[in-house]
Structure formats: structure tokens, C-alpha cells
Design a protein around this ligand. Structure first.
Ligand code: CTP
Ligand code: MG
Length: 224
């Protein structure tokens, strides 16, 4: 069984307004689009969605058209906590767990397949894209040191883990110190395989991301 945990309990404070996963993109809430890509993937068996307590009912209703079993569970105060709570609802017959941000609706079947395959081969894998811009520190309105972009990656999701490995990492790792599950896995001494992500698989975070997402969505409907 390949389960997906979708942390969707955030408030979307940087974008403002209602939590971004409830905003309508095209014909449905963002959360539905994200969940549907996984629902359509042949290797995915079930979905667990972490929600703010006040949104649990509305999420359950939004996700009704999904064809695979799904469960809406209560998330936590941080993304990591929401992931952990989502994970705790998975059965031990789960062989691999994918974790994917609700705020990344442009995830593709191809990237999901690559993450699942590498997860089964290496135990842990995450989508990322190589950094192509020049990256430089800045301070007081002036640029300072330039960082070599060689070998630098922007992390995306899904991040995939064999069930037992993630259970161990969540149990032993320091949740408050890790920014994501890759770091948690590294804390327990396990390598995480780099999987080629997709530049379009952005995390909708700011107003300009939202505007871009709408343009992408409309273009996709004309040229599906
Ligand atoms: N998330 C979550 N539980 C939290 C915080 C975040 O499940 N306590 C989820 C969000 O719903 C989102 C993903 O983690 O799908 C990535 O987080 P982010 O983009 O930071 O979303 P928000 O926290 O909602 O946005 P912001 O940081 O702007 O408030
Ligand atoms: Mg956040």
C-alpha cells in the first residue's frame, strides 16, 4: 500500500484571506485538485489529509468525489506536527508513505511515479529542482557573498519514505529542529535520494504565486 499524507492545516497567512487550500482554482478548491492527482495515480492506495479542526467537515465534503479511500484528520500547529498526526492514522500494512503539500496542485503523475520508484529502491526520496539562478546573500540593501549554485537544489514535494523508516525518524528525530521530513531522515542517519521534480510544481505561497497559478490553470484547460 502506498499512502499519501497531505498536510493541509495551514492558515495561508502570507497569501491572506481564507486558507489557500480552500480557494477556488478553475472549478474546484485547490485542495481537491492536489488530492485528485494522487487519487488518479495507479500506485497510490489511500489518502490522509490533515486539516485544521474547523475545516474537517468542509474538507470531507470537498473530497467526496475522490475514488480511493481517504480520511480527514486533525492537523497540528506546525506543518511537521500535521505530518506526524497524519502519519499516525496510517495502518501498518502501509509499505510507503508520500508526503505532499496541499499547496502544490501542479504535481504531475510523472513526478509521483519517480518518487514512488526511488522510495521503493532507496527507502527515502524527495522531489527537487536544481537551482538555476545565481544565489547571493544580501544585507542592509547591498549584496554580499555569492553562493556557488553547483549542487544546490530547491526542495519540492512529494517526499517519499518506506513506512518503517518514517516511523523510526518521527519517533527518534527532533521534530522542532527539522524543517522537513528529509532533514528528519538525515538526523537518523538515512540517505535521501534526489528525484527530478518539475519547475511548475510550485508551492502557492504569495499573491503572485496565486496569480501565476490561475494563469497556469486556465492555459491547462485550453490545452489539457
Ligand atoms: N500546513 C499544515 N499544518 C500547519 C501549517 C502548514 O498542514 N500547521 C500545511 C499547509 O496547509 C500547506 C503546507 O503545510 O499545504 C505547506 O505550508 P505553507 O505553504 O507554509 O502553508 P501555510 O502555513 O498555510 O501558509 P503560511 O506559512 O503563509 O501561513
Ligand atoms: Mg507555513
Amino acid at each position: 500500500m502506498v499512502a499519501v499524507v497531505i498536510p493541509a492545516a495551514g492558515s495561508g497567512s502570507r497569501l491572506g484571506g481564507q486558507p489557500k487550500q480552500l480557494r477556488t482554482l478553475g472549478n474546484a478548491p485547490l485542495l481537491f485538485h492536489t488530492a485528485q492527482v494522487f487519487d488518479h495515480h495507479p500506485q497510490v492506495t489511500n489518502l490522509v489529509i490533515a486539516a485544521a479542526e474547523s475545516s474537517m467537515e468542509v474538507y470531507t465534503e470537498i473530497l467526496q468525489p475522490l475514488t480511493k479511500p481517504y480520511e480527514v484528520v486533525m492537523g497540528g500547529a506546525t506543518r511537521q506536527e500535521s505530518v506526524m498526526k497524519g502519519f499516525s492514522h496510517l495502518g501498518a500494512s502501509t509499505s510507503a508513505v508520500l508526503i505532499h503539500d496541499a499547496a502544490r496542485p501542479f504535481i504531475t503523475q510523472q513526478v509521483i511515479t519517480r518518487v514512488i520508484e526511488s522510495t521503493f529502491t532507496y527507502g527515502a526520496a524527495a522531489a527537487a529542482v536544481a537551482v538555476s539562478d545565481t544565489v547571493r546573500y544580501g544585507e542592509n540593501g547591498r549584496f554580499t557573498n555569492t553562493i556557488s549554485r553547483d549542487g544546490l537544489y530547491s526542495m519540492q514535494t512529494p517526499q517519499g519514505f518506506r513506512y518503517e523508516l518514517l516511523a523510526e525518524a518521527l519517533h527518534q528525530g527532533d521534530l522542532s529542529a527539522a524543517t522537513d521530513d528529509v532533514e528528519l531522515m538525515q538526523h537518523v542517519g538515512h540517505d535521501v535520494c534526489i528525484v527530478e521534480g518539475d519547475p511548475r510544481n510550485i508551492k502557492i505561497t504569495t499573491k503572485s504565486d496565486w496569480e501565476w497559478a490561475n494563469q497556469m490553470w486556465n492555459a491547462r484547460e485550453i490545452h489539457p
